[in-house]
Design a protein around this ligand. Structure first.
Ligand code: NCD
Length: 305
């Protein structure tokens, strides 16, 4: 099956046949998980390099590798690594390539993933480059939408919150653009609107979209994707303080609605905990989907499927 590329840094490099293949393999991986894993990647090592905070992405990459019988070596926190001593991203990646068969890296700079992929001697996966992209999150989001809604074509998907700095919504918009008759609703304060690169993409692709300010605009969607205001990206902390509670989705907003509620997590205050008990609150199921999707990617990029 394979994938027509060695490294995954952006969802813009994916075609519909790639996403169909990844979703298909992820479904098979769910079956393998039910049986407790397998030995497909025995003898292979994942280099897990996380130079920015992460819980889900890192744990699910490492869990995915181990469920496939592989091993991991890890580095975390710039302050504990040679990057802190002044080593370039390029040198760090060439060095890491000597120790492992595939690398997943998260780094605070936009473009760090492309720089890493340009020199990596082994398959490289972007696990988040600052406010740039987070392609594996978008793939697990897509897998979640497919599972929750039974389809992707024809859906109306609303994205709410920090669309400027939130990398997950950038990556997800490019992926949804591969599907037919998608409608996107971008809800954010005016300071945190979707970047031009996504707006231009929607216009070029002829995707129906609108930019809105009020949460209400998102409540008629099939999927409502909430995001956190990205505190760490603000240069002016008072602006963060002003915007941090701009949207809070509550159970009362969702009375009688079947809208699927998603969130890449971590959540701060943007989804009240009274939403958690609703059957359409999908965010904890979404987290779980990270493992089979990352298993699929690891196996495919290592040429095992
Ligand atoms: C997201 C991220 O790191 O971009 N988290 C994740 O990977 N699940 C979202 C966020 O941090 O708000």
């Amino acid at each position: 099956m394979g994938l027509p590329f060695t490294h995954l840094t952006s969802t813009k490099q994916l075609s519909r046949s790639d996403t169909d293949a990844i979703v298909g393999v992820a479904q098979d991986m769910e079956g393998i998980l039910k049986k407790g894993g397998c030995d497909l990647l025995r003898g292979k090592i994942l280099g897990s390099l996380f130079y920015e905070p992460s819980t889900r992405t890192r744990l699910s990459f490492e869990s995915a590798m181990q469920r496939l019988g592989g091993d991991i070596v890890t580095a975390d926190g710039i302050q504990f690594s040679s990057l802190y001593k002044g080593e370039s991203i390029e040198d760090t990646i060439v060095v890491a390539s000597q120790y492992c068969d595939i690398i997943a890296m998260r780094h605070p700079e936009v473009g760090s993933a492309d720089r890493a992929a340009a020199v990596s001697l082994v398959p490289f996966i972007n696990a988040g480059d600052g406010p740039g992209q987070h392609p594996t999150q978008a793939l697990l989001d897509l897998f979640t939408i497919q599972k929750e809604c039974g389809k992707i074509d024809g859906l109306k998907v609303a994205m709410v919150g920090d669309l400027r700095f939130g990398r997950t919504v950038h990556s997800l918009s490019f992926l949804l653009g591969l599907y037919d008759k998608i409608t996107l609703v971008f809800v954010s304060p005016k300071e945190l609107t979707m970047p031009e690169k996504v707006i231009t993409f929607c216009k070029e692709k002829g995707i129906a979209f609108s930019e809105e300010r009020a949460l209400d605009a998102a409540l008629t969607a099939d999927v409502l994707y909430m995001t956190r205001i990205q505190e760490e990206r603000f240069t002016d902390h008072s602006e963060y303080e002003r915007l941090k509670s701009v949207y809070t989705l509550k159970a009362a907003h969702l009375k009688g609605k079947r809208t699927v509620i998603m969130h890449p997590l971590p959540r701060v205050t943007e989804i009240a905990t009274d939403v958690d008990a609703l059957p359409n609150a999908a965010y904890f199921r979404q987290v779980r989907n990270g493992v089979p999707v990352r298993m699929a990617l690891l196996a495919m990029l290592l040429g095992k499927l």
